[in-house]
Structures are given as structure tokens and as C-alpha cells.
Design a protein around this ligand. Structure first.
Ligand SMILES: [Zn+2]
Length: 159
């Protein structure tokens, strides 16, 4: 008996286009977070044991294994910890180039990922210098909000 082999000319990839619409079940914690966004509020929650503040909120603290059911509102301003420039977009996303940043809102112990605007992309070599680590950024709210992460339209440099 012989083992079948794959000819060297056999295709190893196949182009497939996925365009799926689906609903994400938010659960109680994220549902409350999204309702806050609809009201132009950034809601976070705090672990009763280690006192860390989570935004986006978490149902449980992954360190203490306890529910995080103390809620608070955070300001829409914080520090940009790190970012990446997206040069090639994807279906449903913003028009590139744009920046996705990890933002530590004032009072938070976790990072919120979001789009950051206000940069000049004409010379890619200068983009990093325009937003040094720790740059202050602030949330810009969408005029119409629907309980979605894009109720925060984007973040922009603050000061
Ligand atoms: Zn904890």
C-alpha cells in the first residue's frame, strides 16, 4: 500500500470572501457599558478586592475571581499608551490610514482600544513622533449614539 502524496503544483491556499452579519450577545456587563455610551458616559467597574478599575468593564476580576459589580463613570480623557497605524483597511472599518490606540483613561487600570485621529500621515516616518507614549487624548462623541463602541466616534489629541 502506498501513501498518497500532494503534487508540488497542488494549490495550498484558496481565496474565500467572508461577509457575515451577526449579533453579538453582550451580556449584562457589556450591555450596561453600551447603554452608558448611548448616554455619552464611559462606565467602568471596580474589583472589590484588588480595587482595579476596568474599562471596558469585566463581569469578574481575572486576578481575584470575584464579581466586579461596583460601577463608576470615567472622564473621556486619558493617556495613549501605544498605537499602531492601519495602512490597509477592512470591510466596515474606517478609511485608512488611521491609528488604533490603547488608551488608559484617567482612573482606569486597563486599556481601551479605539481610533485616534489628528495625525498627519503624509510622511510615515514622522507619525510616531506626533504621538509620543503618554500623549493626552480625549473622546469625541458621535452626534447620534446607539449603544455601540462607535458612540465614541474617536479620540483626538488633547492639549
Ligand atoms: Zn481583583
Amino acid at each position: 500500500m502506498t501513501t498518497p502524496t500532494t503534487p508540488a503544483t497542488a494549490p495550498v491556499t484558496q481565496a474565500v470572501r467572508w461577509d457575515l452579519g451577526y449579533d453579538i450577545h453582550l451580556g449584562a456587563t457589556w450591555s450596561r457599558f453600551m447603554q452608558g455610551l448611548r448616554e455619552a458616559k464611559i462606565l467602568a467597574n471596580r474589583c472589590p478586592d484588588c480595587r482595579r478599575v476596568f474599562v471596558p468593564p469585566q463581569a469578574y476580576c481575572e486576578s481575584c475571581y470575584v464579581p466586579t459589580d461596583e460601577w463608576l463613570e470615567l472622564p473621556g480623557e486619558g493617556s495613549l499608551e501605544v498605537f499602531t497605524v492601519v495602512w490597509h483597511g477592512f470591510t466596515g472599518g474606517p478609511t485608512p490610514p488611521y491609528v488604533v490606540g490603547a488608551i488608559r483613561l484617567d482612573g482606569a487600570d486597563t486599556l481601551l482600544m479605539h481610533v485616534v485621529t489628528g495625525l498627519d500621515f503624509s510622511d510615515p516616518a514622522t507619525v510616531r513622533d506626533q504621538l509620543p507614549q503618554g500623549s493626552r487624548v480625549r473622546a469625541v462623541w458621535s452626534a447620534e449614539r446607539a449603544g455601540h463602541i462607535l458612540d465614541i466616534s474617536h479620540f483626538e489629541p488633547a492639549g
